[in-house]
Design a protein around this ligand. Structure first.
Ligand SMILES: Cc1cc2nc3c(=O)[nH]c(=O)nc-3n(C[C@H](O)[C@H](O)[C@H](O)COP(=O)(O)OP(=O)(O)OC[C@H]3O[C@@H](n4cnc5c(N)ncnc54)[C@H](O)[C@@H]3O)c2cc1C
Length: 590
C-alpha cells in the first residue's frame, strides 16, 4: 500500500469531485516526483480487437457513477460512502470524499518538513569525492547509453566505455550495443523483408500482377541494413559528444571499486577513477559446445554474412532461433530446419506458441525437429557442413547456433573488486536490488542483470531511472512486471503478463479464467494461401483480485499478423488495471 499513489473517482459535472481532483493535482504539481494521482473520469471506452471487447472500468455521468459506487466501495472498506468523489490510496485504503481529501492535502502542504525523498539503494554521495568522474558507465548499448546521457542531464560528469570483442567468426560492430548492431534493428528489418515476400505471394489475390516471381537479393538487403546501422552508430557518437558524455572506445577492466583500466584495440592502457560505476555490458550468444561447434555462426555474425545463408540448420528453441529461422525462410534464402531440444518458446503461453509453430511449418515450409540436439558438425570438402542429429545426418550451407545468451562479464575484472559481486548461480548474471549490486557504488542494468527481461526498452528505462536516482534526487524505480513483448516470427506473437500456466501456478486453477478466440484475419480472407492456419488470442483473467477488482486481465497473448504492434497498447492498458467483460452487444454485430 502506498500513501503516495491515490485515485480520485467521481462524475465530471460534480463540483465537489472537481475540487478534490484539483487539490490532488495541485499537490502533484508541487511535488511531481512524490505523488501519483489517477483520475477516474473517462467516458465509457470500448476497445476491440477482433472478437475481444474490453470495457475499462470508468464513470462518466452521475447515474453511471451512482450505479457503479455500491459495488466498488465495499472493495475499499467504505460501505457507507454515498457521494461523489471517492478517493483511495493504492492497495485499497479509503481516504474519503471532498472534505477529507482537501484536509489531507492541506495537512501535507502546511507541514514544515519536505516529504521524504530518499532514493532507494543509492550509495552515499560526496560531491567533493576527488575522482575523475562522478559516473563511469561500462557498455554503450541500450541501457548504458540511456543511463550515461541521463546522468549528464542531471548534472553528473560522465564517461561511457564501449568496446566490442569480435565474435569467434570475427564479426564486430560500432557503438550502440546488441539491439542496434546485431539484435532488434537488423532482425526487425529482415523480418519486414520476409513479410514483403509473404505479401507478394498473396498480391495476385489483391489484383496485382508481376510479384509472383520476386527473388530476394541478400547483398542488397544486408548492405542497406548495415548502412542504416552505421548511420545509427555515428548518431550515437554525435549524441554523446553533444550531450557532454566522454566516450571511450575501450574495454573496461576493474582494478578496484573506484578504479578502471581502459584498454584500446592496440592494447594501450588508460586508468580512470569514478565515484560510481554502472555495469551495462549486456550478453553474447552462448557458444555451442559439441565437436565442430566452432563452425556454427551466431546472431552476432548472421546479419553481416558475406553470402546468403542458404540451407540453414538453426539450433535453439528461443525467440532468436525462431525469428532468425523465420526470416531466412521468409526471404527465400534457403531451406530452414530448426532443431529444438525441448519446448520452443518455453516461457511463453504454450497454446499461443502452437499457432506460431503451425504457421511456420505450414506457411513458411520450415521443418521443426523437436526433442533433438545436434551431436556434431563436420566441415565437408564442398564447403558445406554435415550436421549429425538424432539418428540422421544432413548437409547444410550454414549452421546457426541460437541456444541462449551469456552475460558478458568476461574481461571485466570483477575478481579485482575489494568484495565479490553477487552473481546468480544458474543465470550467471549480477544480482542487484534496484540495480545496486553487492558493492554499494557499483550498479548493473540491462541484460547483465539477473531477473531483468532481456529487452531494449526496459534496459533504456532502467538506465534513465537509475541516473535520476543517482544524480537527480528521484525515487522512481522500474517495475519489470507486465512488459509487453513481441516475437517477430512469420506469424507474430505478442504477449504481456502471465501465461495460463504461470497464472495457475501463481493464483491456483480456480482463481483464473481464460478466454480464447481462434480467427482468420481479414487480410487472409481473399488469398489463396493461409487455408490451414489461424490466428489466436488468449486473455487470462483473475476472477477477483485481493482488493476486490473483478475480472482483472493478468495475461494477454496474441498470435496474429501485426501482433507485435497490437500488444503494446494492451500492455499500457494492463498496467492501468484493465478488466475484461464479454460484450454480447459486440458479438451480435458480428
Ligand atoms: C537477435 C536478437 C534480437 C533481439 N530483438 C529484440 C527485440 O526485438 N526487442 C527487444 O527489446 N530486444 C531485443 N533483443 C535484446 C536486446 O538487444 C537486448 O536486451 C539489449 O540490447 C540489452 O541492452 P544492454 O544495454 O543490456 O546491453 P547491450 O546492448 O548488449 O550493450 C552492451 C555493450 O557493452 C559492451 N561491452 C561489454 N563488455 C565491455 C567492457 N568490458 N568494456 C566496454 N564495453 C563492453 C558490448 O560490446 C556492448 O556494446 C534482441 C537480441 C538479439 C540477440
Amino acid at each position: 500500500m502506498s500513501e503516495k499513489k491515490l485515485t480520485v473517482s467521481g462524475f465530471a459535472s460534480c463540483s465537489a469531485y472537481q475540487q478534490a481532483k484539483n487539490a490532488l493535482l495541485g499537490m502533484k504539481a508541487i511535488y511531481p516526483k512524490e505523488f501519483d494521482i489517477t483520475v477516474n473520469e473517462c467516458k465509457t471506452f470500448l476497445s476491440s480487437h477482433r472478437f475481444l471487447v474490453v470495457i475499462f472500468l470508468i464513470v462518466a455521468t452521475r447515474d453511471e457513477y451512482m450505479a457503479w459506487l455500491p459495488s466498488f466501495r465495499e472493495t475499499i472498506d467504505a460501505p457507507n460512502h454515498k457521494t461523489s468523489p471517492i478517493v483511495w490510496f493504492e492497495g485499497g485504503k479509503y481516504l474519503g470524499g471532498r472534505d477529507d481529501t482537501i484536509a489531507w492535502v492541506k495537512n501535507l502542504l502546511t507541514r514544515t518538513e519536505e516529504p521524504p525523498s530518499t532514493p532507494p539503494n543509492v550509495d552515499p554521495w560526496n560531491p567533493s569525492h576527488g575522482f575523475d568522474y562522478d559516473l563511469v558507465v561500462i557498455g554503450g548499448g541500450s541501457g548504458g547509453l540511456a543511463c550515461a546521457k541521463e546522468a549528464v542531464k542531471n548534472g553528473a560528469k560522465v564517461a561511457c566505455l564501449d568496446y566490442v570483442k569480435p565474435s569467434p567468426h570475427g564479426s564486430k560492430w560500432g557503438l550502440g550495443g546488441t539491439c542496434v548492431n546485431v539484435g532488434c534493428i537488423p532482425k526487425k528489418l529482415m523480418h519486414m523483408g520476409a513479410q514483403l515476400g509473404e505479401h507478394a505471394k498473396v498480391a495476385k489475390s489483391y489484383g496485382w500482377t508481376g510479384f509472383e516471381n520476386g527473388k530476394n537479393n541478400w547483398d542488397e538487403l544486408r548492405d542497406h541494413i548495415q548502412d542504416h546501422i552505421k548511420g545509427l552508430n555515428f548518431g550515437y557518437r554525435v549524441q554523446l559528444r553533444e550531450q557532454g558524455v566522454t566516450y571511450l572506445n575501450k574495454l573496461g577492466k576493474f582494478k578496484g571499486p573506484n578504479t578502471l583500466e581502459c584498454i584500446d584495440s592496440k592494447g594501450k592502457v588508460q586508468v580512470i577513477t569514478a565515484a560510481r560505476f554502472v555495469i551495462a555490458t549486456g550478453g553474447r550468444p552462448t557458444p555451442i559446445n559439441i565437436p565442430g561447434g566452432e563452425y556454427a555462426i551466431t546472431s552476432d555474425d548472421l546479419f553481416s554474412l558475406d553470402k546468403p545463408p542458404g540451407k540453414t540448420c538453426v539450433v535453439g528453441a528461443g525467440y532468436v532461433a525462431l525469428e532468425c529461422g523465420g526470416f531466412i525462410a521468409g526471404l527465400g534464402l534457403g531451406e530452414v530446419v530448426i532443431l529444438v531440444r525441448s519446448r520452443p518458446l518455453r516461457t511463453f503461453d504454450q497454446d499461443t506458441v502452437k499457432y506460431v509453430l503451425d504457421y511456420m511449418k505450414q506457411e513458411g515450409g520450415i521443418r521443426i525437429e523437436e526433442g533433438i540436439l545436434p551431436k556434431s558438425i563436420e566441415k565437408l570438402s564442398n564447403g558445406r557442413y554435415l550436421v549429425h542429429y538424432g539418428d540422421k545426418s544432413e548437409e547444410f550451407d550454414t549452421v546457426l547456433a541460437a541456444i541462449g545468451r551469456t552475460p558478458d562479464l568476461s574481461k571485466l575484472g570483477i575478481e579485482n573488486l575489494s568484495s565479490p559481486l553477487t552473481i546468480h548461480k544458474s543465470s550467471g548474471k549480477i544480482i542487484a536490488t534496484n540495480e545496486q549490486t553487492s558493492i554499494p557504488n557499483i550498479y548493473a542494468l540491462g541484460d547483465v542483470l539477473h531477473d531483468a527481461p532481456e529487452l531494449t526498452p526496459s534496459a533504456i528505462l532502467a538506465g534513465k531511472l537509475l541516473a535520476r536516482r543517482l544524480f537527480g534526487n528521484s525515487t522512481d524505480t522500474i517495475s519489470y512486471r507486465n512488459i509487453a513483448t513481441a516475437v517477430f516470427t512469420p506469424l507474430e506473437l505478442g504477449t504481456v503478463g502471465f501465461s495460463e500456466e504461470d497464472a495457475i501456478n501463481e493464483y491456483g486453477k480456480d482463481a483464473i479464467e481464460c478466454f480464447i478466440s481462434e480467427f482468420k484475419p481479414l487480410e487472409w480472407s481473399i488469398s489463396d494461401v493461409h487455408h490451414d492456419v489461424n490466428s489466436f488470442v488468449k486473455i487470462v483473467v483473475l476472477k477477483e483480485s485481493n482488493n476486490g477488482i473483478k475480472n482483472k486481465v493478468i495475461g494477454l497473448h496474441i498470435a496474429a499478423p501485426n501482433a507485435g504492434e497490437v500488444i503494446q497498447g494492451y500492455g499500457l492498458a494492463m498496467n492501468k488495471g484493465l478488466t475484461y467483460e464479454v460484450s454480447s452487444l459486440y458479438q451480435d454485430c458480428l
